[in-house]
Design a binder for this molecule. Structure first.
Ligand SMILES: *Cc1c(COP(=O)(O)O)cnc(C)c1O
Length: 516
């Protein structure tokens, strides 16, 4: 055993484990679909047939079976609890998914979000009865504006990608207001951009012009200058970028973009690396979404709710969508209609993700301004700890310099091993870790993007590091079997991921009865 109490010898069982009668693997219980376990002609309750009566539904009562699986309450409960246990979660272990920022969500946030005054209100309640909730939104808006040094914030977008859409719609409205809608049809995006950036631009009718990054992983002013022209509406740039690097020339890029009459959209998904250290407004950014669920805690694994407020500069503030808050003395109101404003419209039926707002403000207030800056510093420190700790074994394309909140490796180091990034990631599952982000960003071959976040302790980072080092040495030593067959211990082994993506089976159909 080493200091961490982990076996240092090859204890790996290459022998296949025995088949079990139940197909369970100890507490990993093989779970069928609820439609397969339950029977339609059963119900979970045992009620006597009602005495004859004349229905008052005018012949509209159901004539056929409900078609739902009938299970007892314990059976139903167990089904969903077992399913929930198949999820890897940040509350189960370190979740180093780069760009996604899976950070700890303090339980205090949950408690606050469940306060009846926040948790039990309805968006159609009269505003006079939800003044406290509106005040919370106002206070959170104030923090977001202060931390970014921007002029306005649209709170309603419900995710980062939704926020991109919102910011780009504000830009589109501003361009239309200047009478340039017909000429400015191009959006610039670097090749390292998150897929949502070009998708947003395309969804709004723009064409995307790619800007190459330099060999140092950064976007260079010369490349932007060459791509700019009177046909360009905006640039969409991520900062810190998806290689985990701070765009060194961002101020100069902003200047060039504005000089060309275009707008600067910043993808702020990585804001958690710079909160309290850098204000995006000071860099010349016109619009930026903030993923509350990446920067200000709130749980978002498994596609749970997010929130993507968008901060806007002076040049775009007037185009912010409705609804927005307006204060009249000590009363808060909501501007709900576009008439009489320059608002480009509305993103969503109501006011945004109230539960996320409460969690974000609870996180902000419990850290305070100094604590937020410290969290950014710790996120960067943790990422660099891993970068340096793995640098002698794994190849890091930009590893000659400190990174921001995530450390990027490529697959050059695996070149002679016969293994791929995917194989390596699958072996991490057997070790009890969620794999890092793989094959993104696309600009790096076989990318492995590791983001530990500020919430991991030194001990937890050490264990992750020791595990990664152990796996890396095995890969380099030629223990390919361990990787090619992985995961060995997961409820499902290697899946046909291409078929799953191309031909997803999204609906269960009752199998044809088999003739005896
Ligand atoms: C997560 C992310 C997005 C999209 O945010 P969602 O909240 O998932 O819609 C966009 N860009 C980058 C760089 C991201 O990491």
């Amino acid at each position: 055993m080493n200091q961490l109490g982990r076996p240092t010898q090859a204890h790996f069982v290459t022998r296949e484990a025995p088949e079990t009668f139940t197909a369970n693997r100890a507490l990993q219980i093989n779970e069928a679909l609820i439609f397969e376990t339950g029977r339609e002609d059963f119900t979970g309750v045992d009620l006597d047939a009602p005495a004859p009566f004349t229905p008052r539904l005018g012949g509209l009562e159901r004539q056929s079976e409900l078609g739902l699986p009938g299970l007892s309450e314990p059976e139903t409960m167990r089904h969903y609890v077992r399913l929930s246990q198949k999820n890897y979660a940040i509350d189960a272990g370190l979740y180093p998914l780069g760009s996604c920022t899976m950070k700890h969500n303090p339980r205090l946030n949950e408690k606050m979000a469940r306060l009846p005054g926040f948790g039990d209100i309805h968006p159609l309640q009269p505003v006079s009865t939800v003044q406290g909730a509106l005040e919370l939104i106002e206070e959170l808006s104030g923090w977001l504006l202060a931390l970014t040094n921007m002029k306005a914030v649209a709170m309603s977008p419900k995710a980062g990608a939704h926020g991109e859409m919102c910011g780009m719609m504000a830009i589109k409205a501003a361009i239309a207001a200047k009478g340039e809608a017909a000429t400015r049809k191009i959006v610039l995006a670097p090749e390292s951009a998150h897929g949502t950036n070009p998708a947003t631009a395309a969804a709004l009718g723009f064409s995307v012009r790619a800007v190459p990054a330099g060999p140092d992983g950064l976007v260079h002013p010369d490349a932007v200058k060459a791509a700019l022209g009177p046909d360009v509406a905006a640039i969409m740039l991520t900062n810190p970028n998806t290689c985990g690097l701070f765009e060194r020339d961002i101020v100069e890029i902003a200047r060039l973009v504005h000089e060309a009459g275009a707008y600067f959209y910043c993808d702020g998904a990585n804001f958690n690396a710079i909160v309290g250290k850098v204000r995006p407004g000071d860099l010349g950014i016109d619009a930026m979404h903030i993923n509350l669920h990446k920067t200000f805690s709130t749980p978002h694994g498994g596609g749970g709710p997010g929130a993507g407020p968008v901060v806007l500069s002076e040049r775009l503030a007037a185009f912010a969508p409705v609804p927005f808050l307006r204060r009249d003395g000590d009363k808060l109101g909501l501007v709900e209609h576009v008439a009489g404003t320059q608002a480009f419209g509305r993103m969503t039926a109501f006011h945004g993700q109230m539960g996320m707002f409460v969690r974000a403000l609870a996180y902000i207030l419990s850290h305070g301004a100094d604590g937020l800056a410290k969290a950014s510093e710790d996120a960067v420190l943790a990422a660099n700890y891993l970068r340096v700790g793995l640098s002698d074994l794994m190849s890091a394309p930009f590893g000659d310099r400190p990174c921001m909140h995530e450390a990027l490796f490529d697959d050059t180091w695996l070149k002679d091993s016969g293994l791929t990034t995917l194989d390596f990631a699958k072996a991490m599952i057997d070790e009890g870790f969620h794999p890092m982000t793989i094959y993104f960003p696309l600009v790096v071959h076989g990318a492995m993007l590791i983001e530990p976040t500020e919430s991991e302790s030194r001990v937890s980072l050490e264990l992750f590091l020791a595990t990664m080092r152990d796996l890396a040495m095995r890969a380099l030593r030629g223990e390919t079997e361990r990787f090619l067959g992985a995961p060995f211990y997961a409820p499902r082994r290697r899946l046909d991921e291409t078929a799953a993506a191309r031909k997803p089976v999204l609906r269960w159909r009752k199998p044809e009865p088999v003739e005896e």
